[in-house]
Design a protein around this ligand. Structure first.
Ligand SMILES: [Cu+2]
Length: 369
């Protein structure tokens, strides 16, 4: 549960766990990730050159842009000047623009990355028993950072994403975008020891984490810099995951194409519009809806739908009965299709879970009548 405004960045968020009836006697270990800055959200937003689409003119959120590079903002390999010039408003960065194809992550460089509110200088140590099985419930509560969760020497089994069960999938490293959750079952070795569970920032070397330790084990210091940079978050995990209970087969009643856009002045759009100027997606209750996200921008967008779970149903890899989720990674230059049944009447936000993209416009509405 989290604030839906820029205050989320000031840690106004907490884990809420609903234990399944059939969860069994596995021990739950909750791991909540966060990105932390001493600067205020308004300062960060101003440093990015953006203004809060919700705040209106003349408010604190619409303070004048600062010179880029101030306040620790990391622009990576992005060049705002080049990006802003020669591009018509609403045009975004189209595939095939050549030089514009470069991608980047982490447009906000944080002062700390937190795991259960702590850094690796003094990580949370969770006592576990030799040979015990634990269910790690990982939540990415960060505002502008995707992570890779790394279970190190223990092979994990992914059993659920975003609260919905999936067919078990083994692995040691899983991408987790802002707003996403993942449930990993770990079997601790019978001989015991210490088992760091790390989360490394996407396309970066910084990391955070917690430590699982059996009694008497010596806990060595873990550095917060990894040996090599993590990759970019992609849809590769979703292309492998299969829902435990997929959506029933039926024909799609309505398909929407949503073009994610990036404009000069840190303006993030959907179909060329910021929130407030958006056109709601109008559907009728009971319809099967497909949404195709197209992302010609330079960044990944974790797209989140309120009030519903959807199935990740297609990408460049073709069509598949992927995981049931409420937040999906839409990588740059990669189309992603989601499918769901419009069940709950009302108006539901559909937005990017990168807080500063959302605040500057990347949000629309699904209207179910
Ligand atoms: Cu975004």
């Amino acid at each position: 549960m989290h604030s839906h405004q820029l205050t989320e960045q000031q840690l106004l968020a907490a884990p809420m766990i609903t234990r399944e009836k059939d969860a069994g006697d596995l021990r739950d270990v909750v791991l909540m990730l966060h990105d932390f800055a001493f600067r205020s959200p308004a300062e960060i937003l101003a440093g990015l050159g953006g203004s809060d689409a919700h705040a209106g003119h003349g408010s604190a959120g619409a303070s004048p842009p600062r010179a880029s590079g101030s306040g620790g903002i990391n622009h990576g390999d992005m060049n705002h000047g080049a990006r802003s010039s020669g591009m018509m408003p609403g045009m975004g960065m189209m595939p095939g623009m050549g030089a514009g194809m470069r991608i980047h992550a982490n447009d906000v460089s944080y002062d700390a990355y937190l795991a259960n509110d702590r850094t690796l200088d003094d990580p949370e140590v969770i006592r576990v028993d030799k040979g015990e099985r634990v269910r790690l419930r990982v939540i990415n509560g960060a505002t502008a950072t995707a992570f890779f969760v790394d279970t190190g020497s223990i092979e994990a089994t992914c059993i659920a994403v975003d609260g919905s069960p999936c067919q078990p999938l083994k692995g040691r490293r899983f991408p987790l975008a802002q707003g996403q959750r993942i449930d990993l079952v770990l079997s601790l070795p019978g001989e015991g020891g210490t088992f760091p569970i790390l989360a490394q920032v996407e396309a970066d070397i910084r990391q955070t984490g917690i430590v699982l330790a059996t009694s008497g084990a010596t806990i060595a210091k873990i550095g917060d810099i990894a040996r090599e940079a993590a990759p970019y978050a992609t849809l590769a995990l979703d292309e492998k995951l299969r829902a435990l209970v997929p959506l029933p087969e039926r024909k799609v009643d309505r398909t929407f194409r949503l073009m994610l856009g990036e404009e000069a002045g840190y303006r993030w759009t959907i179909n060329g519009r910021v929130h407030g100027e958006h056109q709601p997606l109008d559907v009728r209750r009971g319809e099967r809806i497909a949404i195709m996200f197209m992302n010609p921008t330079s960044m990944m967008h974790p797209m989140h739908l309120h009030g519903h779970h959807f199935q990740v149903a297609g990408s460049r890899a073709g069509q598949f009965a992927g995981p049931i989720r409420d937040t999906v990674i839409v990588p740059p230059h990669t189309p992603v299709m989601i499918v769901f049944d419009a069940e709950q009447p009302g108006r539901w936000f559909l937005h990017c879970h990168h807080l500063y993209h959302m605040a500057t416009g990347m949000m629309t509405e699904l209207s179910i009548s």
